[in-house]
Design a protein around this ligand. Structure first.
Ligand SMILES: *Cc1c(COP(=O)(O)O)cnc(C)c1O
Length: 384
């Protein structure tokens, strides 16, 4: 009998401790482990950077939830990204969505370019353009998908892109931070690697920075494991414990947050003062049929354009009471931000730049009516 997601989220990696019966995996702070004679390791642990029991529990949990074979944990989402990029060699090309997370783009463009990795960005929704790029004289070695995207919530067809990439011998990576494995499981759709900023929904409470990678490939896992230890950007045992705690409520948090987001998206799309709403759960979303096929629910992130322009957007974002004006996303509390001057400031001059009147919401698990009233009051005080 196979357990379903909600059950796995509670139990994966969290079996009671065989020694003490502790129901919660203990936070193991020891940095080194006694050997029974030279090389005689109990449970495979030697030194805390190479492996740690609390980290192992988290790695097992995310591996089960993403339906993979190997899980790896890192100190941040970008440390996980960095580890994946170690799979490339100087001279390799990397193909990314044209609206990836700003920090991912910065790492590729400002750091890895110096080491001879060329990054191209295209709209990965355009499968003809993907096929053309992958059949060029020097095809990319890796394709980097982020779906739904930030902040415009574009949706990319994971299985179609992964199929094209596989034919060209390229590795497909999916940044699954916005969807979480509860909504979308990229490895089941043909991706080679799935990446998370665990700082967002998986941790879920705005109190831990972390990153995770899952794969089904023994070969890729071995190379990642080597670099996880060699480069050393590992999470602390306490941080692993916090992400584990978050995972256990992931399914119920996502259900509520997605339900709230749908209520707000429908309401915003009717409200005067709003020029456009970007939410994958709206019937007029350009990829509505793909969302239905690829995701369990359309997520809890949405963005919208204020008709009143940049000034109205700034007044609005400063006027909410429940929505906190802050970067980041994916926690129990609702957050509001303006991507252009905040999360996307580093891409202001590039092709990834976004409109200054765009407002992004990370919808939390509060009462939907309270959230709507909060936004309505903010519209009024912004004169919209
Ligand atoms: C936050 C984020 C990252 C980076 O993760 P950190 O934990 O902040 O290093 C990567 N991708 C997406 C989609 C994110 O939202």
């Amino acid at each position: 009998m196979t357990d379903r997601f909600e059950t796995l989220a509670v139990h994966a990696g969290a079996a009671p401790d065989p020694e003490t019966g502790a129901v919660v995996p203990p936070i193991q702070m020891s940095t080194t482990f006694k050997q029974d004679g030279v090389g005689g390791l109990r449970g495979g642990f030697e030194y805390g950077r190479s492996g740690n029991p609390t980290r192992k529990a988290l790695e097992e949990a995310i591996c089960v939830l993403e339906n993979g074979a190997h899980g790896l944990a890192y100190a941040s989402g970008l440390a996980a990204t960095q580890n994946i990029l170690y799979l490339l060699e100087p001279g390799d090309r990397l193909l990314m969505s044209d609206d990836v997370y700003g920090g991912t783009w910065r790492l590729a463009d400002k750091v890895w370019r110096r080491y001879g990795i060329e990054t191209d960005t295209i709209d990965l929704r355009d499968l003809d353009a993907v096929a053309t790029t992958l059949s060029s004289a020097k095809p990319p070695r890796m394709v980097w998908i982020e779906t739904p995207s930030n902040p415009l919530l574009k949706v990319i067809d994971i299985s179609a892109v992964a199929r094209l990439a596989a034919v060209a011998g390229a590795i497909t990576v999916v940044d699954n931070t916005f969807a979480t494995p509860y909504l979308q499981r990229p490895l089941e759709l043909g991706a080679d690697l799935v990446l998370h900023s665990a700082t967002k929904y998986l941790g879920g409470h705005s109190d831990v920075i972390g990153g995770l990678v899952v794969t089904r490939s023994d070969e890729l896992a071995e190379r990642l494991r080597f670099h996880q230890n060699a480069a050393g950007a590992v999470p602390s045992p306490f941080d692993c414990f916090l992400v584990m705690r978050g995972l256990r409520t992931l399914a119920v948090r996502m259900e509520r947050a997605c339900a709230n987001a749908l209520v707000l998206a429908l309401w915003l799309s009717e409200r005067p003062g709003v020029a456009a709403v970007h939410y994958p759960g709206l019937p007029d979303h350009p990829a509505a049929e793909l969302v239905e096929r690829q995701m369990r629910l359309p997520g809890a992130m949405l963005s919208f354009e204020m008709s009143g322009g940049e000034e109205a957007a700034r007044r609005f974002a400063a006027a909410t009471r429940l929505f906190t004006l802050a970067e980041s996303l994916g926690a129990v509390e609702s957050l509001i931000e303006l991507p252009a001057p905040m999360t996307h400031a580093s891409v202001a001059e590039s092709a990834l730049a976004v409109s200054p009147s765009l407002v992004r919401l990370s919808v939390g698990i509060e009462n939907a009516g309270d959230l709507q009233s909060d936004l309505e009051a903010a519209f009024r005080s912004a004169g919209s």
